[in-house]
Design a protein around this ligand. Structure first.
Ligand SMILES: [Mn+2]
Length: 254
C-alpha cells in the first residue's frame, strides 16, 4: 500500500509550547489537537514526553459528546496524580480519566512492568480499576489474546479509542533514544503487530511519545516510531477505518 495514494498527509508543525510552563503547554496542546480533530483530520501527535497524553486526549474529548477509551502501550503506568508536586509525564492518565467522557474502566495499559513504576501509580490504577497487562501477562496470553483484551476493554461502552504509544514499551536495545530506557520490553515486531491489531477497529487519534532524538543512535528509535505510525495508518486503510472518527466530532454531519 502507498499511503500517499490513500490519504492526504499534512505536517501541521509544532504546537507552540512554553516548556517552563507545563499547564500553559497543556492548554496549547489541547487547543492544537482539538482544532485538528474538529477539522475532520486524524491527529497523529509526535511527542514530547508522556505528559502530553492528558492534553491530547482532552483536546479530542472536548470536541465530542461521545465516550473515549484509551489503549496505552508503555512500561510505565503513568497514572499517579502528581510527581514532584507537578502534573508531568508520570501523570497523564490520572487527569485524562477525570475527563467527563473518558472513563478509567476503558483505559487499558499494556506492557507495564519497568523498574520505574511508582507505588502511587499502582495504587491509583487499582483504585480506579484500569486494566493493566504487564509484560509477563502479554508473554503468557500471547499477542492475539492481548489485542483482544485491549480492544474489549477500550471499546466497552465507548464510541472511539485513542492510541497512546510510549516508545519505551519497546526493549531499550531497540530504542536508545528515550528518556526512561527499560530492559525487557517488546520486540519491534511484537509492538508493530499489537498496534496494527488494535488499530483495526479504528482510532480517533494517536500519539507516539518519549522519542528523544538527542539520545538516539543512527535514528533507530525515530525509525521505529515512524514505522509504528505508518503501520497504524496502513491498518486503518486496509480495514476501511480511515476517517471513521469523524462521526464522533461534535457538530459534524457528512
Ligand atoms: Mn514510559
Amino acid at each position: 500500500m502507498d499511503l500517499r495514494e490513500q490519504m492526504n498527509l499534512c505536517d501541521a508543525g509544532d504546537v507552540f509550547v512554553i516548556p517552563a510552563n507545563i499547564e500553559k503547554t497543556f492548554d496549547q496542546i489541547s487547543r492544537g489537537v482539538g482544532h485538528i480533530f474538529a477539522s475532520g483530520a486524524l491527529p497523529i501527535v509526535l511527542g514530547g514526553d508522556h505528559s502530553i497524553g492528558f492534553a491530547t486526549v482532552r483536546g479530542i474529548a472536548q470536541n465530542t459528546d461521545k465516550k473515549i477509551g484509551i489503549i496505552h502501550f508503555d512500561r510505565h503506568a503513568d497514572i499517579q496524580e502528581k510527581d514532584l508536586d507537578e502534573r508531568m509525564h508520570t501523570t497523564p492518565w490520572f487527569h485524562a480519566t477525570n475527563l467527563p467522557n473518558v472513563q478509567a474502566k476503558n483505559l487499558v495499559q499494556v506492557g507495564i512492568g519497568g523498574w520505574q513504576v511508582p507505588r502511587p501509580a499502582v495504587k491509583e490504577a487499582r483504585k480506579r480499576g484500569t486494566t493493566i497487562l504487564t509484560m509477563n501477562d502479554v508473554t503468557e496470553l500471547g499477542l492475539e489474546k492481548t489485542a483482544e483484551i485491549a480492544l474489549e476493554t477500550a471499546w466497552d461502552g465507548t464510541d472511539a479509542v485513542y492510541l497512546s504509544f510510549d516508545i519505551d514499551a519497546v526493549d531499550c536495545g531497540f530504542v536508545p533514544g528515550t528518556g526512561w530506557p527499560e530492559p525487557g520490553g517488546f520486540l519491534p515486531r511484537e509492538i508493530l503487530y499489537l498496534l496494527g491489531a488494535v488499530a483495526k477497529e479504528g482510532i480517533c487519534g494517536m500519539e507516539v511519545v518519549e522519542v528523544s532524538p538527542p539520545y538516539d543512535c543512527s535514528e533507530i528509535t525515530a525509525l521505529l516510531a515512524t514505522r509504528a505510525i505508518v503501520d497504524v495508518l496502513g491498518t486503518l486503510v486496509a480495514h476501511g477505518k480511515l476517517g471513521s472518527h469523524k462521526s464522533i466530532i461534535r457538530g459534524w454531519d457528512a
